[in-house]
Design a protein around this ligand. Sequence first.
Ligand code: HEC
Length: 122
Amino acid sequence: MRRDTRIRRDRPRLIEARSTWLAGALVAAIAASGSTTASGRAAAAGRTGKPSSAATDYRLHCAGCHGAGGQGGTGDDLRGLSDTPEAIAAVIANGQGKMPPFRRKLSAGQRRRLAVYVKGFK
Ligand code: HEC
């Protein structure tokens, strides 16, 4: 019984210490990466765990045509695509119709992660 109350009293202090550390790490990560560049933001986002870099890439390169939720606009509605991630990654790399190619702007890994990401639009 005595042991139980001791653990409960210790816990809030532990959480407090950890969130202080996290806030410090976040500030350091943003400062180190140069928060004004897209890659800096993506790197900072990667280190804090969210948003994912695919989400950041989508916002930067795709949302303007396909909409924030993949609902479409200038570009096609991307919700519920049945294509494989490989086929989608190929469209991203090579472009299609009025869609420009992203081979030079995005790495193979970024294209692959984006393909998986857009398949998540429902
Ligand atoms: C300049 C506007 C534009 C941008 C930017 C753009 N797209 Fe597109 N996208 C289009 C258009 C237009 C189409 C339809 C192409 C066609 O005629 O088949 C398309 C088609 C697609 C398709 C195929 C959809 C289908 O039904 O087969 C996918 C997947 C896709 N885009 C993903 C992306 C991703 C991911 C990005 C960001 C890296 C992106 N697009 C950026 C305009 C754009």
